[in-house]
Design a protein around this ligand. Structure first.
Ligand code: IMP
Ligand code: MG
Length: 178
């Protein structure tokens, strides 16, 4: 076990499963967005690994853009969403697919959807790698979901605990206990 894995108790999504998930979603999105004006909008930093994999699993023309939103402290979501870095892309008439690492309470995506909808895209949908429906407080649902997971705090595949573990190649359960 590497030093990185010391507090990781159990694998929730293995590297192999992550690949399968990405393949499946990539195929579906390629089909659904054929002939459209697809823009993948990723929310930094957690979604960066998923974004990099997903865009290569999509075989139709697309563009990408990034946003920095929200504040998420350690294991508790604050519910406050602010734009720290906005998109460069004019969304008017474009088919926007938000690429997220995890849909938890849904607060982040609910307010992000509201902001982006005002910019008049042709369509606005959500693709999330992980979904934790047990903790939802907003009515928001993803249009594309990689995997539904139980209410555990997870790290890896882009997801962090206090900025660490993003480089873990699989999704594991973080255990703060010794
Ligand atoms: P929400 O607004 O509660 O849905 O939180 C969304 C954001 O919180 C995600 O994009 C993640 O950055 C972060 N988050 C939620 N659950 C976890 C987790 O289990 N591990 C790491 N980050 C998480
Ligand atoms: Mg995130």
């Amino acid at each position: 076990m590497s030093a990185l894995e010391e507090r990781v108790k159990g694998v929730l999504v293995s590297e192999e499963e992550a690949k399968e998930i990405v393949e499946r979603l990539g195929k579906q999105i390629s089909k659904d967005y054929e002939g459209k004006n697809l823009v993948l909008v990723s929310v930094l930093k957690g979604a960066v690994v998923f974004m990099a994999d997903l865009m290569r699993a999509i075989d139709i023309p697309l563009s990408i853009d990034f946003m920095v939103v929200s504040s998420y402290n350690k294991t508790e979501s604050t519910g406050t969403v602010k734009i720290i870095k906005d998109l460069d892309t004019d969304l008017t008439g474009k088919d926007i697919l938000i690429v997220e690492d995890i849909l938890d309470t849904g607060r982040t995506l609910a307010s992000l959807m509201e902001i982006l909808r005002m910019r008049n895209p042709a369509s606005l949908k959500i693709c999330t790698f992980l979904d934790k429906p047990d903790r939802r407080v907003s009515t928001i649902e993803a249009d594309y979901t990689g995997k539904v997971i139980p209410d555990e705090f997870v790290v890896g595949y882009g997801l962090d605990y206090d900025e660490a573990y993003r480089n873990l190649p699989y999704v594991g359960i973080y255990d703060p206990e010794d």
